[in-house]
Design a protein around this ligand. Structure first.
Ligand code: GLC
Length: 609
């Protein structure tokens, strides 16, 4: 069906257009399930979402065609053939229409009063940061819904005038820690709206449940009128992003933020809403769907996260795995338990358990492990192979042999015959925050940051990855990307926004002093340098070649770090503790004596604790 994207835009009529109240946003983008499916308690998700490509068409014709279109929507508890049990969603039967929360209700509701930590008087730099952060706020129909990525008057905006999901997270945490939760609530609800947007790249529609990388508030003429205007939210799922890459991290961040919001505000009613529960499940469905994978880690394309350009991180990049683990942990806490969700919870537990084993065991390198790899035999064919992924020892890069200090880290990626030995900061830090790393591994990662301070922090926290790709590697792996030249941008540049993740990891491991040291370093120049997006050179000395100034997540990351250090107990809105059940739990059912042994039983002594 050829319909213009504009016709699907979620509409809220502005006051000056003469309409006094909101339309239900979801009337054009998201089916209000409990109204629609009253009397259909269990519904196969894939069935109703795949029926038509248009959100509007999905809604209305489906209602009239209920008898026909829902033929496969069983009220029975049994999954249909080929349907994964967790794909089913439990819709509370016969919820009266009035009980269904309106999506845009978030704009002006009375929220529980959050516990606001006490703060000392702000420094000048903090005051400046707050005023810049407030200036970055984006309003939609008169209410705040997010922050622009950057407010740099000297550079072309490109898409930096949009609200990026990942960029907003540190800003959201700063607002929450300050006691301003309304903007976060609005953000959560409006991005939820965008989740089921019509999205196509050259006539192909990516999966339901995808969250956009970013969105923009646009003012457009009301249909058929020259005088009246409306504001619309226009999301980008990667259809116009550089490289056309889907933002896998957006949905994961959304779940993580939703939990943080609930923990700090006490407004758990938000996560319990039918539409929010559905949003969580759509994201999980997308992540947990079977593919051709042999690994429990998520398989993604290059550039599907903070590093959103070609950087050789396709496959199973650590950053995605750490966020995936974290989002699964957070979702497990938030999913309302009922008949329809128990299979999903089971699937989450299985995945968490397998994923943590996989990353802890196979991504971890330290002196001992590298020596083992150095002596690996190759071409082993058996269940018991030591060198399972057939890694050729010559792959160990020469920089690593001399560099690896006390401590260790998780490598960037693991594929058949391929270990990407680069150290990616976000993935390692979030592995600590989420307890994907064992307590010992967490400690060792921070030992490494401490020992290799000059390389990983230098003049400005924090290297996005170490080391940079140079020469032929740069040419082949980045495709000669002039923005990602060695020690610039994603290729070994230094990103001040990572400070908040570093701070969280330091607090979690009881080493706030390390984070304080990084904050002091940041404060030396960040305001003078006008809050750049990133820094260049091996030691992070120069403001990045093409760095935006007044980059919002640089500002927010700094404020969040300061507030967390002042109130370290607040870190727990984002962290997860080690879950011992996940270690014990193994679904493979194999014993040590079986022909194919349980890998976990065999490996446990070495790495898991
Ligand atoms: C760049 C970054 C990306 C960020 C965006 C907006 O594309 O690579 O991570 O979200 O800018 O700041």
């Amino acid at each position: 069906m050829a319909a213009s994207k504009a016709s699907y835009l979620s509409r809220i009529i502005k006051g000056f257009a003469g309409a006094p109240r909101f339309f239900r946003n979801y009337s054009l983008s998201r089916p209000p399930e409990s109204q629609l499916f009253t009397g259909w308690p269990l519904v196969g998700l894939s069935n109703w979402f795949s029926s038509d490509s248009s959100p509007a068409r999905r809604l209305f014709p489906d209602i009239s065609a209920a008898g026909v279109g829902f033929r496969r929507l069983s009220t029975s508890e049994e999954p249909a053939m080929g349907e994964k049990a967790f794909e089913r969603i439990y819709i509370p039967a016969a919820a009266p229409v009035a009980d269904v929360p309106e999506v845009d209700e978030g704009c002006d509701v009375d929220l529980p009063k959050p516990k606001i930590p006490q703060y000392r008087e702000s420094t000048e730099t903090e005051k400046e940061a707050w005023s810049l952060l407030k200036r970055a706020v984006v309003n939609y129909c008169g209410t705040p819904v997010g922050t622009v990525a950057a407010n740099d008057p000297t550079e072309a905006a490109l898409n930096y005038d949009q609200v990026f999901i990942r960029d907003f997270v540190p800003a959201a945490i700063a607002f929450l820690l300050k006691g301003d939760s309304q903007i976060v609530r609005n953000f959560i609800l409006h991005t939820l709206q965008l989740q089921s947007w019509e999205k196509t790249v050259d006539c192909y529609s990516p999966g339901q449940g995808l969250m956009p990388a970013s969105f923009k508030v646009r003012t457009v003429p009301l249909d058929g009128s020259n005088e009246a205007f409306e504001e619309v939210l226009d999301p980008d799922f990667g259809e116009s992003a550089i490289g056309r890459v889907a933002p896998v991290d957006s949905g994961l961040w959304w779940i993580i933020l939703l939990r943080a919001y609930g923990k700090i505000t006490g407004d758990y009613a938000l996560q319990e809403r039918v539409d929010v529960q559905l949003g969580i499940r759509l994201i999980l469905n997308l992540c947990l769907t079977d593919g051709f994978d042999m690994f429990p880690s998520l398989l993604v394309t290059d550039g599907s996260c903070m590093i959103d350009r070609r950087m050789g991180i396709h496959g199973h990049p650590l950053e995605i795995q750490a966020l995936f683990y974290s989002a699964l942990r957070c979702a497990r806490e938030m999913i309302s338990i009922n008949d329809g969700s128990k299979n999903l919870v089971h699937a989450i537990n299985n995945r968490l358990s397998a994923l943590s084993f996989h990353i802890r065991e196979y991504y971890w390198v330290d002196m001992k492990k590298i020596n083992e790899i150095y002596r690996y035999k190759t071409e082993e064919y058996s269940y018991d192979a030591i060198n399972k992924f057939n890694i050729y020892p010559d792959q160990i890069p020469s920089w690593l042999v001399d560099w690896i200090p006390r401590g260790g880290y998780f490598i960037g990626n693991l594929q058949p015959a391929h270990m990407d030995f680069r150290l990616f900061s976000l993935g390692n830090l979030w592995a600590i925050v989420s307890s994907l790393a064992t307590p010992k591994q967490s400690d060792n990662i921070l030992n490494l940051f401490e020992d290799k301070w000059d390389d990983l922090v230098g003049n400005m926290p924090l290297k996005i990855c170490y080391p940079a790709l140079e020469y032929e590697e740069w040419r082949i792996i980045t495709g000669s990307d002039p923005k990602n030249t060695p020690w610039s941008y994603h290729n070994g540049g230094s990103w001040p926004t990572l400070l908040w993740q570093f701070t969280l990891a330091c607090i979690k491991t009881g080493r706030p002093g390390l984070a304080e040291k990084a904050v002091i370093l940041t404060e030396k120049r960040i305001s003078n340098d006008k809050w750049p997006e990133y820094y260049d050179t091996r030691a992070g000395r120069f403001i990045g070649k093409q760095a935006r100034l007044y980059q919002t997540w640089t500002i927010a990351g700094y404020l969040t770090s300061k507030m967390l250090l002042d109130n370290p107990e607040m870190a727990n809105i984002l962290t997860c503790d080690e879950d011992p059940d996940l270690l014990e739990f193994c679904i493979c059912g194999r014993r040590k004596s079986s022909r194919t042994k349980c890998s976990r039983l065999a490996a446990k002594s070495q790495i898991l604790v």
